[in-house]
Ligand binder design. Sequence first.
Ligand SMILES: Nc1ncnc2c1ncn2[C@@H]1O[C@H](COP(=O)(O)OP(=O)(O)OP(=O)(O)O)[C@@H](O)[C@H]1O
Ligand SMILES: [Mg+2]
Length: 354
Amino acid sequence: MIELKNIEKVYNQGTPREVRALKNISLSIERGEIFGVIGLSGAGKSTLIRHINMLERPSSGQVIVDGMDLTAMSESQLREARRHIGMIFQSFNLLSSATVSDNIAFPLKLEGKMSDDEIKARVAELLALVGLEDKAQMYPAQLSGGQKQRVGIARALANNPKILLCDEATSALDPKTTMSILKLLLELRDKLNLTIVIITHQMEVIKECCDRVAVIDGGVISEMGSTLDLFTDPKEALTKRLVSAAVRRGLPELLRHTEIVPEYTDGAKAVIELLFLGPKADAPVIVEVAMQCKVKISMLGGSIDHIKNEPFGLMVVEVGGSRDEIKHAIEELQARVHKVEILGYDQRKQLADF
Ligand SMILES: Nc1ncnc2c1ncn2[C@@H]1O[C@H](COP(=O)(O)OP(=O)(O)OP(=O)(O)O)[C@@H](O)[C@H]1O
Ligand SMILES: [Mg+2]
């Protein structure tokens, strides 16, 4: 549905203020996909998304949307092509002096193809789609942030676009409202077969609704893959940092100050991080391995989470026993869970050991 080929964007080219905002960006997004772009401030996210509807023209490279090369189009052809691409913003960008209905009707009136009655019917349909039937005659100042963004979404969908671009659309909202907007985006994707591109700096947003993600760093795509792969096996330092902000990983705080050493010493317990994934995430693995390998396993921390609808559990456990018993238990765990990482060996003598 969307293909970016070797996009380069240089602002103020040839001047001392030259900025290479995008460097050789190539990616393709499937029809019906929810694609996330994440990165730190100034990474080039907004610049990237503004290339998809050609609010920015690339310095070089091609933008192909639904089989059409936007980079080869004239301004008037572009205006027509942009009708198929809706956009929503962090700041909602609503007209403060117009009612909710009039805000949503605005792009339809601008287009000038519908009668007043047709517009009225379409606005009613859009209000129902975003759950704002009772707010039709209110003004933006009378709405909550989440309701304002629903108006933004209804307005963006007025012309039946195939693509919805979201630039930090939930960044001004509290976590609960963010979730309700993301849920609405998921519903709309399914109902309307929309292709959605979400720009965000919050990994939580990606975790909740994106199928695939690109991480952008200094104008370059540093990592790209399925949301599940990025969360469970991040490769680049920045991805790891972003993931750890959304999912707590590694040693629990309690253990950071105790003696964890990298090699086994006599009597030490192995501190292990287990990553459970998919339908087997709730299998009684710990108890089974403890019984089979005759080791003592205690839980130090962990959580079960979901990436989209896939269960995803992270647990830190301590395994006590002889060197061979621990080795055997680690092998058994490796056979049963998605990923096993040995964080170190705990040398503390516990009261229970005496
Ligand atoms: N019109 C412009 N003229 C000159 N430089 C620009 C322009 N627009 C963006 N830039 C520069 O391009 C780089 C990328 O900016 P961009 O707005 O895409 O970042 P971003 O990832 O969206 O950041 P944020 O999370 O803060 O919104 C920045 O260094 C920015 O200063
Ligand atoms: Mg931005």
